[in-house]
Design a protein around this ligand. Structure first.
Ligand SMILES: NC(=O)c1ccc[n+]([C@@H]2O[C@H](COP(=O)([O-])OP(=O)(O)OC[C@H]3O[C@@H](n4cnc5c(N)ncnc54)[C@H](OP(=O)(O)O)[C@@H]3O)[C@@H](O)[C@H]2O)c1
Length: 417
């Protein structure tokens, strides 16, 4: 069989990692040859040997290649590049969750129109099998919930904070080790995980991709002290992205949660990603593995190349029904159990004020603990609530903020897995 010809666009971390795998002489990779690389500059990390280098990535589309691999990241230039490649009759493989989340529907329609494929296994959890597994292997199941720790940087930071490190120190360590981007904003603010859960939601529930206006919160406000309070009650803190089928629509959210310390996702440390799928036939089904890095991402990209090598007979993945628009439920109407942290003045009547404010909003307490006085003289109160409607909690906290006795407040939602 003739080898499939590949053009790689971008010459950064993932692209050079893929090149190193595909050229290491492993006979597993003998179905493809790298014809050219679109690299606007050299990368001292990797010498591409005699492979043709094109300084304009769009020139890769004009070359005689069967598959274009988009590894530039970002949204609009990537969209233009992928569109040109699909319109030129080339298959496209990408690791770019942002472009799939923002423009996946349009790009998949373009692929169909041109009778080529667009595959994106490594856009979610890098090489840990997720996309094709969900679209193909779980297709006999009705999925009711997908809950995932989908960002390696966030999990690296939180699992080190669990061991006592501070947020600032561990973020710096993640950057020094190359786990976090120089600008880690989209990782730590929950957006990267939100893109990924949006893609998984469409695949799990057979809908179009959701618009980005769902609830997204990052880990910036989590403090080491929260882990100590959480552990007192057998919880730990993770960043979770959730898509859940509920009456009337889909719950979609990306935010920090407290998880039972014995739940399967709670035990995943470092840059590992993990997902729990709740299904009718398999029950709760888990995948976990490396969610970032050169080798892991190369694994996902090469699995897409394999799928394309065999796709003359079979479609490599089932795309969702984009005409089925997802109805995303209003986050304010959802119900959670909450961890509430309050710093209050050490004065008589404060506890009564808090109890009354919460009672006025139908919020009842499962547990209330007063902790030791802080250096500034204030007292931390830790409250675990019974199930409470999100909007009621928000209004109660706004009400408390009007009282000078309440100095500080924070909530973390509790997730049952
Ligand atoms: N890193 C991971 O572990 C991982 C895991 C899963 C998925 N991904 C995804 O893989 C993709 C690539 O990530 P990466 O970590 O390899 O990023 P990276 O190291 O920043 O590499 C990006 C490459 O694309 C080039 N590039 C960017 N914009 C360009 C443009 N407009 N024209 C020409 N070249 C352009 C960059 O060139 P310059 O160097 O000149 O800027 C660089 O060579 C992203 O979509 C990312 O989300 C990454």
């Amino acid at each position: 069989m003739a080898k499939l010809k590949i053009g790689i666009c971008g010459w950064g971390n993932v692209a050079t990692g893929l090149y190193e795998q595909l050229t290491n002489g492993n006979e597993l990779y003998s179905d493809w040859e790298i014809s050219c690389i679109g690299a606007r500059r050299d990368n001292p990390r990797c010498n591409p040997g005699s492979v043709k280098i094109l300084r304009d990535i769009f020139d890769v589309v004009k070359e005689d290649v069967d598959i274009l691999i988009e590894l530039i990241g970002g949204v609009e230039t990537a969209r233009d590049l992928i569109s040109e490649a699909l319109n030129s009759g080339k298959h496209v493989v990408t690791a770019n969750k942002a472009v799939i989340f923002e423009h996946g529907e349009e790009l998949i329609k373009l692929a169909r129109k041109n009778n080529v494929r667009l595959l994106f296994e490594s856009a979610v959890c890098a090489g840990t099998p997720t996309i094709k597994m969900l679209s193909n292997d779980l297709s006999a199941n009705k999925i009711s919930k997908v809950a995932g720790m989908l960002n390696g940087t966030t999990n690296f930071i939180l699992s080190n904070m669990q061991e006592g490190a501070s947020y600032a120190d561990v973020l710096k360590e993640a950057q020094d080790n190359g786990y976090a981007e120089p600008d880690p904003t989209l990782d730590v603010n929950g957006t990267d995980a939100a893109h990924k859960i949006g893609i998984l939601s469409a695949l799990a529930f057979n809908t179009g991709l959701p618009s980005p206006e769902f609830y997204i919160e990052g880990i910036e406000e989590i403090k080491s002290q929260d882990f100590i309070y959480a552990e007192d009650f057998n919880f730990t803190i993770k960043h979770l992205a959730v898509a859940k089928l509920s009456t009337g629509g889909i719950e979609l959210r990306s935010h920090p949660v407290m998880l039972d310390i014995n739940s399967s996702l709670a035990g995943l440390k470092g840059v590992r990603n993990g997902i729990q799928f709740d299904t009718d036939l398999l029950g709760a089904f888990h995948v976990a593995g490396s969610g970032a890095g050169r080798e892991s991402t190369a694994s996902g990209l090469i699995s897409d190349l394999h799928a394309l090598s065999k796709s003359n007979e079979v479609s490599p993945m089932n795309y969702p029904d984009f005409s089925n628009k997802p109805n995303i439920l209003n986050f304010n109407d959802l119900t959670f159990k909450f961890y509430v942290y309050l710093e209050v003045k050490d004065e008589p009547g404060v506890l009564a004020l808090i109890s009354k404010t919460f009672a006025d909003h139908n919020i009842s307490f499962d547990k209330v603990i007063q902790k030791d006085q802080l250096q500034n003289g204030s007292v931390p109160l830790v409250i675990f609530t019974d199930p409470t409607i999100e909007s009621e909690m928000q209004i109660a906290l706004e009400g408390l903020a009007d009282h000078p006795e309440v100095l500080n407040s924070k909530i973390i939602r509790i997730e049952d897995l």
